[in-house]
Write a protein that binds this ligand. Sequence first.
Ligand code: SAM
Length: 526
Amino acid sequence: MADVVENGNSGGGTSTPAPPAAPEAVELPAELPTPSDLFHPDRVASFKRELLDFLGDLVPPGDPPWDIGLFEGYGRGLLATRDIAVNELVFVDRPILVGPRVNNYEVIFCASCCRILRRLQLCTGGCRLPICARCDFGVGPESPHAAECALIQSWQPKDAGRYSKNILYALTSIRGFLLTERDRSIVLQMEGHAPRKEMTTEIERLLRDGYFWNLDGAGPSVRYMRQIVNVLNTNAFETSRIVADEENNDHEIILRGLYILGALMNHCCRPNVRYVFDGELRMRVYASRPIRKGEQIVNNYSKILWGTQHRIIHLCFSKNFLCCCERCKDPTESGTYLGALKCVRESCPEGRLLPVNPLKISSVWRCDRCDLKMDNIKATKIQEIAGRMILNNAIKRDSHYIIDYLNDHILRFLLPTNQFTVELKLQAIKKIQADRPLAELREKEKYCLEILDVLAKLDYGECFVKGVLCYELFVTRVTLAGLLDESGIATDASNLEQLRTAWQILGPSGNRPKDLQQLVVKYGIE
Ligand SMILES: C[S@@+](CC[C@H](N)C(=O)[O-])C[C@H]1O[C@@H](n2cnc3c(N)ncnc32)[C@H](O)[C@@H]1O
């Protein structure tokens, strides 16, 4: 009888199965390809053939609207082979690797199929992972978990009767051993930046804490796994599954997926695509703005509503490059002032402090009204304090508190469109549900309009966040119409346009709001 892991308890027992056979090492090629190998035109052409073979039917017959190109300073990237209209589907991709990520999961789920049960068995194979009865190793070779479990068993886990979070976190890289030869070749041709010195990856954690009797830290298996981790860290996307528990409560299980075609899109802080994941975890990429033939197809790796300095630091640390796009160069970020601070001089209530050279973290800041200068250490400190107050405290409170906090406190020392103010307003939008009082719903409507205005100034086009805000705005106005007994608010042409936009953007998503389709039918939107 296997041990049980209960949700809310990291559980454990002692059963240890007999050690299985020694692992089959996966050899890396003697030398990993260097960027100049990877970016050689012949190599790019053979890589594209392998990728098309992997994608199979997902690429419709005829010439796709994308090709793999080489771009100075970026490496490979995708380019448009023809003009692509806004909202047009650019491509569909499927994950070559998918699984859990290093994440503080609130619920325990089946490591194989993500089902959530109140009491999940530990796998009888001794891999230390929580597994449902359908996926258990004991089911035999038809279990989707059998091969990865056999591999983990072959490394001889210590403490085999106890649930291990760290093995769960490493599972996506472990799955790298199960790739076919073609898929492994594709994955190993992706860029994989080595981790920063201060970072302990999921593999290093397993080795450091001695999780296995039979895994040689200097051997070929670990060398291979390290490369898979590097490729995942450079290229993987966050995706998720919505899974219902036994009480029918939905939970979002955050996963990481390696989508090769998706990963070939380079970064721009003003991207020209948006993407969603459908119910099968396929990635569907649409043009969020018109894309001209020959233009790069670019995605955003960061948070679009962060200010420049936050995006730059995030991209440098996580993806090893300095973005120098037009948005990054403009201290006002197209007049949105997302990263700007309020002037600290009492005599200058309208002043905005901006970095003189936003591409330089050490840049001096200057007020656009009174010319006051501030060094970057002080400006960073103010942002840190604001960030801590908002992200560690206010954001966790109820909607009533957040609204008061925004009106009475935050807006006295932060600009209404500062990134932290915007983040707090986004949280308020999520929290203000239809059962809240009229005044709160009015605030929610205002926040939606304000953030939609920021997106319009950034010329972000038909991006994912716009879809979310249009949906929230529409449902809020429907609620307001009911409360005020003015049905016209709901069916007003401009409000129906919000619903149309929300449907266009969120409709193909596997995680779209539950009532969206019903609303589309009810209000006759095509
Ligand atoms: C997900 S990969 C994109 C595909 C990659 N160019 C390739 O050839 O495999 C991310 C890496 O591409 C490069 N990259 C992406 N966007 C960039 C940008 N805006 N500027 C410079 N390098 C970029 C960086 O090396 C980054 O770590």
